[in-house]
Design a protein around this ligand. Structure first.
Ligand code: KPL
Length: 298
């Protein structure tokens, strides 16, 4: 099978990591930019433990023309809908749209104006951070799960991802994987943003550890009500393991707050609270952190 041409919205760390991997797998990759690029291609540098790898990616203005058939979205959750809207006329009728975005709850808005396009999701535990524009560090290996929340079968383009050096797995139950990731983000991200602390502080400071426990109790309750039994059963230990494994990380929400950017709170804790409402559950601790992050005014 020939490799596909992927267009990527979002040139942050994960967008660059996926772009580099797809290029190495033989795909054509175009990064869609909000501004008109000065050149039609650029080098993309990926540092890892023992090497630095430079590749070439195509650049294109999101508002230019040319049909898009394989679209990957790695923007912040709050930007995803507008980003897709901005290129909607370019998206082919049957084009696949793959969201690799934190949180949940943005796809329904995309479905409303792109009703016929198959939508897929990716969730990844690969570690990457941005050093500069189109320069990242691939800091840790993980698993990338891809799947459809609508029961669509394995698409032929999944082969592009299997040809990368990432551990890419097709997941027939991607909604459960997305929920689990979101549940972990609910327990960690808001507290680190409010207290301006590294992830590891949530285990070191007694009061914060207690607060993580309170959030997890509520998140587990909603998880159970919504049918995510495994998340409900393992959340406390999984959150403790992620905090330990990412102790020196600044969470993505803390980074957003520190940079004066808007946060993903509405697609993380906000989505949790909206789900809780459906089951008439009250989550005072999660509501409290939701309001505190909103009060940061971003
Ligand atoms: O996913 C993360 C994030 O920061 O968004 C965690 C797992 C909390 C790691 O920092």
């Amino acid at each position: 099978m020939n490799s596909n041409h992927w267009h990527i919205l979002g040139a942050g760390a994960m967008g660059c990591l996926f772009a580099s991997q797809l290029v190495e797998a033989g795909c054509r990759v175009t990064l869609l930019l909000r501004h008109r690029p000065e050149a039609s291609s650029s080098s993309l540098t990926v540092d890892s433990e023992n090497s630095s790898n430079e590749l070439t990616v195509q650049l294109d203005h999101a508002a230019s023309t040319g049909e898009i058939n394989h679209l990957l979205i790695t923007t912040k959750a709050q930007d995803a809908v507008d980003a897709v809207k901005s290129i909607a006329p370019r998206i082919g009728k049957q084009a696949s749209i793959l969201f690799a975005t934190n949180g949940m709850g943005y796809a329904a808005a995309v479905k409303a104006f792109m009703p016929d396009n198959p939508i897929y999701y990716a969730t990844s535990t690969e570690g990457a951070y941005r050093l500069d524009t189109l320069h990242i560090r691939h800091a840790g290996r993980g698993i990338t799960r891809i799947g459809s929340a609508e029961g669509l079968p394995l698409p032929s383009w999944h082969e592009d991802w299997r040809k990368t050096s990432l551990d890419c797995q097709w997941d027939d139950d991607i909604t459960t994987a997305l929920w689990h990731k979101m549940a972990i983000n609910c327990a960690i991200n808001p507290l680190t943003a409010i207290h301006q602390c590294l992830n590891g502080e949530l285990a070191r400071r007694k009061q914060l550890k207690q607060e993580v426990g309170n959030l997890c109790d509520e998140i587990a309750e909603v998880s159970l009500a919504a049918g995510f039994d495994t998340t409900a059963a393992t959340l406390h230990e999984d959150v403790a393991a992620v905090i330990a494994g990412t102790a020196n990380n600044r969470s993505s929400m803390l980074q957003d707050v520190a940079a004066g950017r808007s946060t993903e709170i509405d697609f993380i804790t906000g989505y949790l609270l909206r789900t809780a409402q459906k089951y008439s559950l009250d989550l005072p601790h999660n509501k409290n952190v939701f309001n505190k992050v909103l009060a940061l005014g971003l």
